[in-house]
Write a protein that binds this ligand. Sequence first.
Ligand code: ADP
Ligand code: MG
Length: 729
Amino acid sequence: MSKLRFRVVETAFKKKAVEVPTPAERPSEYFGKYVFNKEKMFKYLPSKVYEKLTDVIDNGAPLDRGIANEVAAGMKKWAIEMGATHYTHWFHPLTEGTAEKHDAFVEHDGKGGMMEEFSGKLLVQQEPDASSFPNGGIRNTFEARGYSAWDPSSPAFIVDDTLCIPTVFIAYTGESLDYKAPLLKSLRAVDKAAVEVCHYFNTDVKKVYSYLGWEQEYFLVDEGLYAARPDLLLTGRTLMGHESSKNQQLEDHYFGAIPTRVASFMKELEIEALKLGIPCKTRHNEVAPNQFELAPIYEECNLAVDHNMLMMALMRKIARNHGFRVLLHEKPFKGVNGSGKHNNWSLGTDTGILLHAPGKTPEDNLRFVTFVVNTLMAVYRHNGLLKASIMSATNAHRLGANEAPPAIISSFLGKQLTQVLDHLEETTTDELINFSGKQGMKMDIPQIPELLIDNTDRNRTSPFAFTGNRFEFRAVGSEANCASAMIALNTAVAEQLRQFKQEVDSLIEKGEPKISAILEILRKYIKECKPIRFDGNGYSDEWKEEAKRRGLDCETSCPVIFDNYLKDSSVKMFESTGVMTRKELEARNEVKLETYTKKIQIEARVLGDLAMNHIVPVAIKYQSELIDNAYKMKDLFPAGEASKLSSENLKIIKEIAERTIFIKEHVDAMIEARKVANKIENEREKAIAYHDNIAPMLEEIRYHIDKLELIVDNQLWTLPKYRELLFIR
Ligand code: ADP
Ligand code: MG
């Protein structure tokens, strides 16, 4: 046993950084090399087809199936020139990954040979035999078909030898079975609603984009050490392990020099990502040892989501070239920071970001305030749902722990923006608006022009913070598909903007001037959504009390939080915006609950196995050595002296006995609790049983294992310890 332990540690030490050759070209030259982007479309498609396709991509024009054959032919030509032999419809099922089934381009040519074939029909639609993806019962009927359909708004790309075509995945009966279909619907909903509101200020606006800039946190662990930790291998996190004496207390890792082996991993990752059109920009060490962050430049939301999924896959692959494994789990190690994925979100038009201030004109500033206040209202109305959108068995370890946003959604605005809203709320229309100037009005909010020029007061504890020209949704989990959070947020904002428009229009119809109608409704909203605004310390216990008084959702149980999806207000929001039906929401919740249960179930099994075949035997072996020693002491020394000299050993012998008994008993009790929970048919009840009865046992058992780790002979301990996992790089 000990041999294995030391062999893996030794090889980890010996590993050298792999040299990553720098390509001869500059990033600007290889950026997008593997992407069928506009430049390639222009080259490989007839000009009429190119025009039609770019109209679909840029303006959301309906896709004319008539061009599919020509697009497919162009794509195939490009892909084959790039060395691709296969193609796949690439989609995001309701797991935390992507799915692909590769088909070769080959077809019989009818003359006994083969030819490369890829028709428009195959590009536009396929029916993968994908009946085993989670679907929440939608496909349990006799008609279990699912279709993948081409999403032209995200460009096709090549990975290794395969042309990947981004697609949505839907049931025969029309329900979405993936993340992308509702995401696209939510983007359309927010576009439509926001364009109408923009028209109050500028009638030229034709399209509003939702932008996403994600920041991905992750850990790297040496591959050899990882292989010797079955818990990491099977659950993505360590289910046991005593804190290392040195952790992150010196705060010496954050923004520190990047270790050589890690730097060469990052370098290769960035080169490959840039070739796939992912605009990588920032990299740095994070707070915890062996924790890092990567962020690209923000992009249109659908593309950014695809790029994040692609990036996670790329990280897993490239880490292995450098003798690392990447951990994307939200909480791989107890006692040090977990990993999140900040989702920087904003809305913008061709001419700029709508959440950006100061504007050039007073109308720009009013538009800015309009979008900020409506976003706040949306987050206020649906704070429980937004929490549900980022909640999972894995992210539950992070939310509410001391380094992460708390399990309560609130919004930080900073001093200046707060002042603007307070000012707006307190003043009367007459004070605010001077009717003068060309357009006949001028807004007088003196704070706005200086706003955000120096908006540096940040609040790291806020789950939804305004940071200059965007909101930063920080509660998203590192492993999650960003789409879940983006669907909820964009839909909530879409619903809110529609409501705003209705209310403003009805005042205008009654004869109120446009600007004063807008101000009146904004003032009403500022008052109403005040409970969501919180600039204090989100980690404090006082905030939990205060948030409860304010009526914000303070639930911490993951399965109960999922109930938010089926609340009347949520169903109404999703249905009225055309994003999801009640049936789809119910199905999705079923999937979420099932996934939750399975994750805890797997963890409980892995912990039980490790406890019984790694921890307890090793502890008893060491205990036997101590017992042996105590007997030998008796032979060697007179009785009184021997018992005195052995007294410390006897204490350890007793401690090992007590702790191993506790572990054995609780592993048995956990098995019994699982048996009881597994008999529950209702998925919600079952998940609650796993949450309430089984998850806490994992912690209790772990406590005693971690104590044993401290007293058992290090040479006998089979599992790499935190001090090795976190510091060898
Ligand atoms: P920090 O860690 O200080 O929050 P980073 O520079 O690491 O900042 O990441 C900020 C992210 O926000 C980047 O992905 C950036 O492109 C993105 N971002 C900047 N402006 C916007 C915006 N208007 N909308 C969406 N994302 C944005
Ligand atoms: Mg950030």
